[in-house]
Design a protein around this ligand. Structure first.
Ligand SMILES: [Fe+2]
Length: 389
């Protein structure tokens, strides 16, 4: 169990005459659901300790803003999971909690050469990281609306295939963005169109092109910190609509149904693939504020006119795409694993490898309903206060 003790409260949507209708509707919707099914179990942020150093597991930060890498030979997550699953070793709560905290603080963690981490073990890894970092009890692994990963008994297996080639029915979760020639059009955070979106996701690539197919991540803590204080305050009063139009189009184009039963949480159900979230959200694991918009799914800022919304989102997407100092680019080797925090990063694959094959396994867990805690702080402010910046 998580040891932290004080709840970061969901953003208060106080009712008054100036409250936009959307906020009243959101407050009413929240009242219809048990709050403990949708909010983080954490009562205070989790600090990163010296656990890995104490155990002789040497990793290092990749850029100042984002990324931490464990080289080959420092960690064997598959062996550790297998020993715990067979009862040879007790579940190492401190280890999994600290791995989750490191991912949340650094945005993404790369673990090289995890050949013993199998497709079957990946959902167990995803569940440990998500559970020990305080996800709500009702949040499970996400079932992608384009998924068909079920066993013969109709049970969800839990993993998803990422492939540069669609399957025989045309299904493909990872595909080249077809609407733009700019590679930067693919920046996104996973499944932000769900009412209960993702806390963490992980990807392990098995087959790689000879060269190319890198993935980039951008820190949304840095994106928030890179805005002027006036813009930060303005954005904190806004909410945005996230919509997965492209998945509906894909399903219509190829004639297969979307998965419309519960997708890992009772609130993630149906075919609308549409949700409204705060533009700035608090990550409960770190307590830091992060910009929560992405070019793939964020369509409209609710409180602004359509023209104002288009202009502001275009600026924010440029802010995310063009600030290289927020970003890291990861060059994969076979069996490398990346684990990232979807609340506080955007990412984008780079589809520069023609018809070569690039595939692997992905798992995506669900966290809390996004909220902005007015008492949370920027990462930069927290680091300055601690003398680490
Ligand atoms: Fe993704």
């Amino acid at each position: 169990m998580v040891t932290a003790t004080q709840t970061l409260t969901a953003s208060s949507s106080s009712s008054n005459n100036s409250t936009p209708n959307i906020l009243k509707l959101r407050a009413a919707a929240q009242a219809d659901h048990p709050i403990d099914n949708r909010t983080s179990r954490l009562r205070a942020p989790i600090q990163v300790t010296d656990l890995f150093a104490r155990r002789g597991i040497d990793g290092e930060d990749v850029t100042p803003a984002v990324g931490h890498e464990f080289p080959a030979g420092t960690l064997d997550l598959g062996a550790k999971l297998r020993a715990e699953e067979t009862g040879q070793e007790p579940i190492d709560e401190e280890f999994w909690t600290q791995l989750a905290a490191l991912v949340s603080h650094r945005g993404v963690v790369f673990v090289r050469r995890q050949s013993s981490l199998t497709e079957a073990l990946m959902p167990k890894l995803a569940n440990r990281i998500s559970h020990f970092s305080g996800r709500p009890s009702a949040s499970k692994l996400h079932i992608h609306p384009l998924s068909k990963d079920f066993n013969e008994a109709g049970e969800y297996i839990g993993g998803e295939k990422i492939d540069s080639q669609p399957d025989a029915e045309g299904r493909q979760i990872s595909f080249k963005y077809e609407k733009s020639n700019f590679a930067s059009a693919g920046w996104h955070t996973d499944i932000s169109f769900e009412p209960i979106p993702s806390d963490y996701a992980m990807l392990q690539l098995r087959t790689l092109p000879k060269v190319g197919g890198d993935t980039m991540w951008s820190s949304m803590y840095s994106a928030y910190d890179g805005l002027s204080p006036a813009m930060q305050r303005f954005l904190e009063g806004l909410t945005a609509v996230h919509d997965a139009e492209e998945f509906r189009e894909q399903s219509q184009k190829f004639g297969f149904p979307l998965y419309t039963k519960e997708r890992g949480h009772p609130d993630n159900v149906g075919s609308k693939l549409h949700a409204t979230h705060p533009v700035v959200r608090t990550n409960p694991v770190t307590g830091f504020k992060a910009l929560y918009v992405n070019k793939s799914f964020t369509k409209r800022i609710v409180e602004l006119s359509p023209d104002e919304s288009d202009a502001l989102l275009a600026y924010l997407f440029r802010h995310i795409a063009e600030n290289f100092n927020f970003q890291v680019r990861f060059r994969w080797s076979p069996d490398d694993l990346a684990i990232w925090d979807n609340r506080s990063t955007n990412h984008s694959g780079i589809f520069d490898f023609g018809k070569q094959r690039r595939n692997g396994d992905r798992c995506c867990s669900l966290g809390e309903k996004p909220f902005l805690d007015p008492n949370s702080q920027s990462r930069e402010a927290a680091l300055r206060a601690s003398g680490a910046y």
